[in-house]
Design a protein around this ligand. Structure first.
Ligand code: 1HN
Length: 326
């Protein structure tokens, strides 16, 4: 199926027919779509309410056995990209739920994954044999081609936010997954061993709180998640933690990267382009590329913490990075 009309109605029909049958469409009718005068995205700013999503996720856990689902995920699909299973043109996001005693079998794939734990305790994910504890607010990565599975030794459902670069990988026709392998019960792993894949929220929150105390009021309090060598967590995706001081209004500018935000703590609102989105803990919202972003921790007397992931490393690597600061 063609996404835009390439037939030039002013040409002789027989000539157009000949072009079509030789796989030689004219460029001149499509040039404005291939190269618009300004950046365009079909993705729209949107917020998924945790209050609305939570009961639907828990219902999925009742309705769909893990054996059938493999990964029990509800996709955070951008309303501007219906049927495309993506939150921006390059990023996938979803909410995954696992019940006590369940295991999601092991597999590996070319897309990279990252996770932010939303609710519950007692679950773990095993990455390349390293058992990573999942506690609320923890950030955990699964780099490309690493075997990974999930288990749950606790008592209540555990939910996390999944972020993957699937649409980007699919643009290269490079997306595939290994056959499944039953998950093996992993040995506990030391904090040092987990540090390759896991950033505990406890440590990140402490660092943010310290940073907030020493940062001038007009400067944003943000910490990028980086590996031990200072690199982005995976080659295609970056991630940050943001701390909004009580009453703070943080102008974050705009850039060519798409960004997904998740509320770990606090209440506020964000202006994404022309759209105002109110948020509370557990909510997820998306800022498509080249939209102005401004977060507002309203009048609440409490700090707010936002997690965010983005396609900035990928777009930088392609030479397409651009940003504007307020
Ligand atoms: C996947 O393998 C996981 O391993 C989560 O937990 C979400 C979304 C699309 C494709 C594969 C996981 C996924 C996924």
């Amino acid at each position: 199926m063609s996404v835009f009309v390439t037939r030039d109605e002013t040409l002789p029909p027989a000539y157009s027919q000949a072009l079509e049958s030789h796989a030689l469409p004219p460029l001149w009718t499509a040039l404005h779509v291939l190269l618009p005068k300004e950046r365009v995205t079909a993705a729209v700013p949107h917020r998924w309410s945790w209050r609305e999503a939570r009961p639907l996720l828990h219902e999925a856990a009742r309705l769909v056995p893990i054996e059938q689902a493999e990964r029990r995920v509800l996709v955070l699909e951008n309303p501007g990209l219906k049927g495309m299973y993506r939150i921006t043109s390059t990023l996938f996001a979803g909410l995954q739920v696992i019940l006590p005693g369940e295991t999601a079998p092991s597999h590996h794939h070319t897309p990279a994954a990252l996770r932010l734990i939303v609710e519950g305790e007692g679950a773990f994910t095993t990455v390349d044999g390293i058992k990573c504890t999942m506690e609320r607010g923890d950030f955990i990565i699964t780099p490309p081609m690493r075997w990974h599975d999930h288990g749950h030794e606790g008592a209540t459902p555990v939910v996390w936010l999944d972020g993957l670069d699937i649409p980007l990988v699919r643009a290269f026709d490079a997306s595939w997954v290994s056959p499944l392998r039953p998950a093996r019960v992993p040995e506990p792993a030391s904090d040092a061993a987990q540090a390759e894949f896991r950033w505990p929220w406890r440590a990140t929150r402490g660092a943010l709180e310290g940073l907030a105390a020493s940062t001038p009021k007009d400067r944003p309090v943000t910490r990028a998640y980086v590996t031990l060598t200072g690199a982005p967590p995976v080659a295609t995706m970056g991630a940050d933690a943001h701390w909004l001081r009580p009453g703070e209004r943080a102008r974050a500018g705009r850039s060519t990267a798409g960004r997904v935000f998740h509320v770990i703590e606090g209440r506020g609102r964000s202006r994404i382009g022309e759209t105002e989105l109110a948020w509370e803990p557990g909510d997820t919202f998306v800022a498509p590329p080249w939209h102005w972003i401004q977060h507002d921790n309203g009048s609440a007397g409490e700090p707010a913490c936002l997690f965010s992931f983005n396609d900035e490393p990928a777009i930088r690597a392609l030479g397409l990075w651009q940003e504007e600061r307020p």
